[in-house]
Write a protein that binds this ligand. Structure first.
Ligand code: 2HA
Ligand code: ZN
Length: 272
């Protein structure tokens, strides 16, 4: 059966649009940031001969629950700025095998490149999110300036950090009632930060990497993007007001009203 043009695949178009938008928001300078989207094997088969493996790339970790899963992922050293002009160079489609210790390249990375250096953090986060939310498909990492700035001047305690963000925009508690988790500074690109990030993904879809950036997860690219966008907006407001006298505040009573109105439940113990 002849295959359809993968450049017209809705998942590919959406990925290109999303990383372009992330770049345009200033979240992904140079080669900063990385995104992975889990694909349905049957969907991939419409576009690719899935038996045709171009290369096998060792991953350096084991994640048995993802064995056989397909991912569209951004490449290491690649600039989000350039993805729209050369998706086949800057993106790749891989299928994990041998308990996730190897990745079969099925499409992309045509210059001989490979997936993001943060592949361990992405895959471990996917595995963890799928345990708590079977609908999860996306893990997104980027460097939004205000969230990053906030990690220099705000207590990194997760409850305190979350409550501050919630207080900055009415909609925050509705968009991320599970709050944000925070990792202290750690060396990026390692299995250690991958494991630590995945552990944080048990209880929230957002994980801040102090002095580095943020991880977001969601059921699709829009949801993950919107999550990061909302948290970053809140951080922006915080950075505008943190040094000014505070005259008005959102209260815990306001939060309880929002919970009721929008049918969300704030993270256990995070409201007074
Ligand atoms: O270079 O953002 O964390 C991509 C990154 C590493
Ligand atoms: Zn980064």
């Amino acid at each position: 059966m002849s295959k359809m043009d993968i450049l017209k695949a809705p998942f590919l178009i959406e990925m290109v649009r999303t990383v372009t938008n992330m770049y345009n928001h200033g979240w992904d300078e140079r080669n900063g940031g990385n995104v992975s989207l889990m694909l349905d094997g049957h969907e991939v088969e419409k576009y690719l001969e899935v038996e045709k493996v171009l290369r096998v790339i060792p991953t350096g970790f084991s994640e048995p629950s993802l064995d056989g899963k397909y991912f569209l992922v951004t490449g290491t050293g690649k600039y989000f700025k350039n993805v729209q002009y050369a998706p086949d160079v800057n993106l790749g489609i891989v299928r994990l095998k041998e308990d996730g210790s190897n990745a079969e390249l099925l499409w992309g990375f045509t210059d001989g490149g490979q997936f993001t250096s943060e592949f361990p953090a992405h895959m471990m986060s996917h595995a963890q999110r799928l345990k708590v939310d079977p609908e999860n498909r996306v893990v997104m990492h980027c460097h939004p300036a205000n969230l990053l700035a906030m990690t220099f001047v705000h207590d990194l305690d997760e409850r305190a950090f979350t409550r501050t963000l919630w207080q900055m925009c009415t909609e925050c508690i509705v968009v991320f009632p599970d709050g944000v988790n925070v990792l202290p500074w750690m060396l990026c690109g390692t299995n250690e930060i991958g494991k630590a990030t995945a552990e944080k993904m048990k209880t929230a879809r957002l994980c801040i990497w102090a002095m580095h950036g943020v991880y977001g997860a969601g059921k699709d690219l829009d949801e993950a993007f919107g999550l990061v966008e909302t948290a970053e907006k809140a951080a922006e407001i915080y950075m505008k007001i943190a040094h000014l006298p505070r005259i008005n505040n959102m209260t815990d009573d306001n939060f309880h009203q929002l919970e009721k109105r929008f049918g969300v439940k704030a993270r256990e113990g995070y409201l007074n």
